[in-house]
Design a protein. Structure first.
Length: 611
């Protein structure tokens, strides 16, 4: 029997949660935690010199129903409950209103036998989950040991697998530049699974910016399952895409799946986890409908029990979206990060760690709350005046943008505004105005958060977007932020077909001097490659016109007519594509050629089917 450690908080949050999902509270998790900590410290200071606020205790529970003839081993490997933050001075539990700071205390008396019976029942319920997870890991690890590479190795592929495995073993980062056709997905997934089976990590995250590559990763694991692998994997889908409701409003009055979600979600999870191993969007939706729970929150909970989590970059790197349940401060690194199409992460990182504030947004909210909250209106006006000062500086510079060295006046106004926005949201009933204010609240919150992160890798500048003045806190170099996120894992493998020059990407993606770099050779026969240069045409925006579209259509026709086969043509924009397509079909309407065309109105499913 293994030693299982869990804190009282984690145990309570998992087994005793109940009720509804409700996003109508303005406090986000970070600000609520900070405010709660401040009030906690204030109360502690008021209790006098003899008061001991927290005493660490622990309790060891042994499930004797499973000991049988293994008593000695079980006694040496019990389940330990870490009972931190236990009140020991006999005072009743207290609850503090975060706005008024009023304290309410509640006294309840229990007989020891009652508590013992309740606790024993709680432990038996938790042991059901412990047994399931431990039995699964035994099956998983045994299957991994007997798993072999599912294909004959392509040229150089075995070396890639070896490089990835050694990188994980040495807890480093690997920057892998590998052309299309090398088999990057299986060459990174296979050694990661092997490392998990050997206890080098507990799970892997396959992180990517594109839906289609998530499917490729899932298919790769499924291929190994067909060869005997036991491995639980999940694809996390964005909330907007997986939500069952036409309008995403996450509270019990607007959504039947939010109402009572926490009363049913554990039963849904246990059912799914004991019957399936591949949790794609369709499977998650099926079980969410069966148990009437929110599919998005359900998926996040299921991910805790998965060996592979396939998801967008956001779930590791975005400060507001990242999975705190895996990466909260103080958690030990247990995950391998496989980062696909890593060249995309530079711009995504800059975007995630930058913030914009629009002057027009301030005025819009001021108009929306007119007559509703005089204090909020004044603070909005104060913030607007600070933005007006910055805009005047831009106008006087006669440039398209201006770098600002000091925005302290704006920041002070924004902090006061943030407090009042929170007050408004906590006291205003649901309405269209409240939704507008909530969206703006997140904009101000993000601005203040990013300002706290700023260092010499940032610049602050203002510019005009059409007639709107925008202030931007811009992360020029996201390497520090990205590196900090990757430290939450055992090892990171960053790979792409376009990761050259590799030192450029290594520096901007948080690489260190001791991290590894590997270049893979293409598996394609270069003697069969044809490169052709078309003269007299350009895609330059200022030179676009009907003559250019017709020339390009002509070149396409020459190529596809020369030899039967399948061809892909790539364009810089949808409008360019549409114009060339129109020219081609008018001029070559008699050709017996099947044409498939992508358009900007396709749903995600239609794009997947098209590809």
């Amino acid at each position: 029997m293994r030693n299982v450690q869990i804190s009282v908080r984690a145990l309570v949050e998992f087994l005793l949660r109940e009720g509804d999902i409700d996003n109508r509270m303005a406090h986000d998790a970070v600000s609520a935690m900070q405010e709660g900590g401040r009030l906690h410290r204030k109360i502690q200071r008021s209790m006098g010199g003899n008061y001991r606020s927290e005493v660490p205790l622990s309790y060891t529970y042994i499930d004797r129903s499973r000991i049988s003839d293994m008593i000695e081993d079980a006694l040496e490997n019990p389940m330990n409950i870490d009972m931190t933050s236990v009140t020991v001075d006999g005072r009743a539990d207290g609850y503090v209103n975060m706005d008024t700071e009023q304290i309410k205390r509640f006294n309840q008396t229990y007989f020891f036998a009652e508590l013992e019976q309740w606790f024993e029942a709680l432990m038996k319920e938790y042991m059901k989950w412990v047994d399931m997870e431990q039995d699964w890991k035994i099956k998983r690890d045994e299957s991994i040991k007997s798993s072999s590479f599912p294909y004959d190795y392509r040229e150089g592929q075995k070396e890639l697998v070896t490089h990835v495995y050694h990188t994980i073993v040495h807890s480093k980062k690997l920057f892998l530049e590998a052309p299309t056709g090398v088999g990057k997905t299986i060459a990174t997934v296979f050694p990661s699974i092997k490392a998990i089976g050997e206890g080098k990590a507990q799970r892997m995250f396959y992180l990517t910016a594109k839906t289609i590559t998530r499917t490729v990763a899932s298919d790769t694991i499924e291929l190994m399952r067909k060869n005997g692998l036991r491995f639980k994997s999940i694809i996390l889908t964005a909330k907007d895409k997986i939500c069952f409701m036409e309008e995403r409003v996450c509270n019990p009055e607007a959504c039947p799946y939010a109402k009572g979600h926490f009363d049913r979600v554990n039963d849904a999870m246990f059912d799914l986890l004991t019957h399936k191993e591949d949790y794609d969007r369709e499977t998650l939706e099926e079980y969410a409908l069966k148990y009437n729970v929110c599919p998005f929150e359900f998926a996040l909970d299921v991910s805790l029990f998965c060996d592979a989590i396939i998801c967008d970059y956001n779930y590791l790197f975005d400060p507001h979206v990242s999975l705190k349940r895996f990466f909260a401060e103080g958690k030990q690194p247990e995950s391998i990060f496989l980062i696909d199409e890593a060249h995309n992460l530079v711009d995504r990182g800059r975007s995630m760690y930058s913030a914009d504030l629009y002057k027009e947004h301030i005025l819009k909210i001021k108009r929306a709350v007119k007559g509703m909250d005089a204090t909020l209106s004044r603070r909005l006006e104060s913030c607007n005046k600070e933005m007006l000062k910055l805009r005047r500086e831009l106008d006087e510079s006669h440039n398209s943008y201006k770098i600002f060295e000091d925005i302290s006046g704006l920041l002070r106004s924004a902090e006061r505004l943030y407090d009042r926005l929170m007050h408004f949201l906590e006291n205003e009933q649901p309405s269209s105005v409240r939704e507008e204010v909530l969206e703006f609240y997140f904009e101000i919150s993000h601005l203040l958060y990013i300002y706290e992160l700023m260092d010499d890798k940032y610049i602050i500048y203002g510019f005009k977007n059409r007639d709107e003045f925008v202030l931007r806190l811009f992360c020029v170099d996201p390497s520090g932020n990205l590196s900090e996120c990757m430290r939450k894992g055992v090892s990171s493998i960053l790979f792409s077909a376009t990761l050259l020059p590799i030192q450029y990407y290594k520096s901007l993606l948080g690489g260190e001097e001791t991290d590894y770099e590997v270049y893979a050779n293409s598996t394609f026969d270069l003697s069969k490659r044809g490169l052709y240069l078309a003269e007299g045409v350009t895609t330059r925006y200022t030179e676009r016109g009907q003559a250019q579209y017709e020339k390009i259509a002509g070149y396409i026709h020459e190529i596809v007519s020369a030899r039967n086969g399948r061809y892909m043509v790539f364009f810089p924009s949808y409008s360019f594509l549409d114009n060339v397509f129109e020219s081609y079909t008018k001029r070559y309407s008699d050709d017996d050629i099947r044409l498939l065309i992508q358009n900007d109105r396709m749903s995600e499913k239609e794009r997947e089917d098209f590809l």
